[in-house]
Design a protein around this ligand. Structure first.
Ligand code: 9MJ
Length: 670
């Protein structure tokens, strides 16, 4: 059956629209459509592609969700070496650099392109005829790792170039990094899930880039700026670095907005000063600035030394660390009940701000660093924003200090706390009866990415809870201007603005509402997946645990949390209360999942299968509702055995798992 040309055109049009919206959102930071419109376009494309799978191409925006896990990364040899930069730590080194340039170029004054130095992970992206075909890490500069599947999930990176003239071949180089706010949010999420906390944004970015399972990378908020072109074919090359970066920008490749052109040493030092001053206000971290001779012919003339270009220099900012005293260690209780120890510090100036608190993350972290009240500590502004204790100066420890002990009772409501085996988080078990959790839940509900209620801040919420005006977020919808103006320091105008914002939040999307509920482990991405899958809130509420586990993006823990959340009668009453106040969203096509025979079952494939390829086996398992993972653990239900199985077989035997040969496997599928 031939496909109507309108369908092909529609698919192309949708892809273009979606990528344009991605660009507006991620690169320009200025979306032109609501989430609902975006989700609608996305669902329309996904539905057309489901009907015509032969039209799916790797550069379709629907392919940004990640693919099956790899066992290793392939090696990639770079066409030309990926160099690193020489560093300077003081003005004298910069002055010598400028002198070398002037002498080498026989110029009185040199024009430099200057840009922030991002501290992430360098990558090379190859576009052939405008399509992203390969992404590789820097590796040792000569050979890197093929991370194409991971990079495809990074929404800020175009899968297809746009613009009037597209080069036949383009190798772009730049830095994968994580924005400050995204890093903080990721670490909060990790902490809530009891998962690894990243020491800094650099580690988080580099670690996310090197996930063997690209579906994991798809969950991480990675960003990218291009700073160089490795090779360009099919078009005349620009003659300066600055023009080259402008050329990339026209192709809709993200480049750093804070770059500039300056003259001579004075220009370099002024830029360094200016960027150092504005560092705290910028949305991304930098660890210095980079100076590059702007003229590309002049760059070639200066050439390279060892593994770094002679024409460029990284001028590093001083490390942001300071020494101070721990006056107390207190416990904060978050919306999920997580108890977070916080070091209260003697105020100290670090990297442009005065720091009075530093997170100690969790009980294990405090013990690993052995931080005690009375200790002198090194404080670091990791990720440029959240300060943390880098280490204790043991030699300064006074006598009679006490080892930190996690309280056995919630410091806010007094109920018992619980730390589960294999988790690093200690939690208050009192749920929404704990005022701290209630406040956290309402703050989350009102937050920008959830119901987006402007002006409803932490202090106001605390006041409303303490005065027993509200107990849940649903009560927000019953607030009146007069209730608010009766509060301390609340003017008529602000009260009106808040009530208007609450009213406005009633028109929302299903995904935002699901996210706003604050179900454990249901972040924005999962909320979107659930909304797209179920189409209606009632279908989600009525889904049982096996049906939830049957959704490709939902794992067993998340499924359990969702089912547990909706089984609580007070949560259902809460939802009914909000619905009665007139909240609305557009519902999608409803989907009531049926329970599939292998729902909730996890498989591991080992060795070479004779009867079907690995991909087919995986498809068959997934069709029947099961999941395939890369490694054997006690959570694995079945291990399918091919010829020459690897060490996974031994592990499966040790764990006493069910091992299937190909015959058994076929029988099970039938
Ligand atoms: C970073 N990391 O921000 C370069 N870099 O140029 C910038 N790195 C670079 N340029 C040539 N802005 C080699 C490395």
């Amino acid at each position: 059956m031939s496909i109507p040309s309108e369908t092909i055109q529609k698919i192309q049009q949708l892809r273009q629209q979606i990528e344009q919206h991605n660009y507006n959102y991620y690169v320009l930071d200025s979306p032109t459509v609501s989430d609902a419109v975006f989700d609608h376009l996305f669902r329309e494309l996904a539905a057309l592609e489901e009907k015509h799978p032969e039209l799916i191409t790797p550069d379709s925006p629907t392919q940004r969700v990640g693919a099956s896990a790899l066992s290793t990364f392939k090696e990639v040899r770079h066409r030309s070496p990926m160099l690193s930069l020489n560093n300077a730590f003081d003005e004298q080194a910069v002055s010598e650099f400028d002198r070398r340039m002037r002498e080498g170029l026989e110029a009185d004054i040199v024009t430099y392109a200057v840009e922030p130095k991002l501290d992430g992970a360098a990558i090379s992206l190859i576009y052939e005829e405008g399509r992203l075909v390969q992404a590789a890490t820097r590796g040792d500069g000569t050979t890197g790792e093929d991370v194409t599947e991971n990079i495809r999930t990074v929404r800020i990176i175009p899968l297809k170039l746009s613009g009037t003239t597209i080069p036949s071949f383009l190798e772009v180089r730049g830095e994968i990094h994580m924005r400050k706010a995204d890093f903080i949010r990721l670490n909060q999420k990790q902490a809530e899930k009891g998962e690894k906390i990243f020491a800094n944004a650099r580690n988080a970015a580099a670690g996310s880039l090197r996930q063997l399972d690209s579906r994991m990378t798809a969950q991480r908020p990675l960003s990218f700026f291009a700073y160089a072109v490795g090779e360009l074919e099919g078009l005349p090359a620009p003659t300066t670095h600055d023009d080259m970066i402008d050329f990339l920008r026209q192709l809709k490749i993200p480049v750093c907005p804070e770059r500039n052109l300056v003259q001579g040493l004075k220009g370099l030092l002024e830029y360094y000063q200016k960027m150092g001053d504005s560092r705290a206000q910028l949305p991304y971290d930098m660890d210095g600035v980079v100076y590059k001779v702007n003229d590309l012919k002049q760059q070639t003339k200066m050439g390279f030394v060892a593994r770094a270009p002679r024409f460029a220099l990284a001028h590093k900012f001083p490390a942001e660390e300071a020494i101070t005293l721990v006056e107390d260690i207190t416990i904060q209780v978050g919306r999920t009940g997580a108890l977070t120890p916080v070091a209260r510090l003697k105020p100290v100036f670090v990297g442009g701000v005065t720091v009075t608190n530093a997170t100690l993350h969790n009980e294990d972290e405090v013990h690993r660093k052995d931080v005690r009240v009375g200790d002198t500590v090194r404080v670091r502004r990791a990720g440029d924003v959240i300060p943390e204790v880098a280490g204790v100066m043991i030699e300064n420890r006074p006598s009679r200090t006490q080892v930190f002990a996690m309280p056995q009772q919630c410091p806010v409501c007094g109920s018992n706390v619980l730390r589960l085996e294999n988790e690093s988080v200690t939690r208050c078990i009192n749920g929404l009866y704990c005022p701290a959790q209630r406040k956290g839940a309402i703050m989350h509900f009102a937050s920008r990415r959830a119901m987006n209620i402007d002006g409803l801040g932490e202090k106001l919420i605390a006041q409303l809870i303490n005065k027993k005006i509200i107990t849940t977020a649903a009560d927000l919808y019953d607030l009146k201007v007069s209730t608010l103006t009766a509060l301390e320091r609340m003017a008529e105008k602000s009260a009106h603005n808040i009530i208007d914002a609450i009213e406005k939040s009633k028109r929302t999307t299903l995904a935002r509402f699901i996210y706003a509920l604050g179900i454990r482990n249901v972040g924005e991405a999962t909320a979107k997946d659930l909304a797209a899958f179920f189409g209606s809130l009632d279908c989600l509420i009525n889904a049982d645990i096996t049906q939830l586990e049957g959704i490709p993006e939902v794992g067993p823990i998340v499924a359990k949390n969702i089912a547990a959340f909706f089984s609580e009668s007070h949560h259902r009453e809460f939802i009914d209360h909000i619905r009665a106040s007139g909240i609305s969203w557009e519902e999608g096509p409803q989907h009531i999942p049926h329970t599939l025979p292998l729902s909730g079952k996890t498989f591991v494939l080992t060795g070479t299968l004779q009867k079907m390829s690995r991909d087919t086996a995986k498809e068959e398992i997934e069709k029947a509702g099961g999941k395939v993972t890369g490694s054997v653990s006690k959570k694995t239900d079945y291990v399918v055995l091919g010829v020459d199985p690897g060490s996974k077989l031994e592990k499966a035997k040790t764990l006493g798992l069910t091992i299937l040969d190909e015959e058994d496997f076929s029988a099970l599928l039938k």
